[in-house]
Design a protein around this ligand. Sequence first.
Ligand SMILES: [Zn+2]
Length: 94
Amino acid sequence: MLNRKSLYLINKIDPMKTMTCKQLGGACDTEFTANTFEEMAELSKQHSMEMFQKDDEDHLKAKDEMMQLMKSPDAMQHWFKNKRREFDALPKDK
Ligand SMILES: [Zn+2]
């Protein structure tokens, strides 16, 4: 189990990466920082859920586009692969 202190140390050794909501298929410039692409996707999902609850028009529109994409598993997989590559290529935060 990781406690708060060891998490802090991990972040020290392995700085986080930052992506915006827009970069992740969303609609705004909110930034997410995470160590892994999975964490990043999770943060973006949580943020989107919040925005959907607020009936944010831009995010609902982005969701529609994602839903279109999800109709094709191939397209979805391709999207994820590209985003993961984008994440891997990002410079780490200082
Ligand atoms: Zn957003």
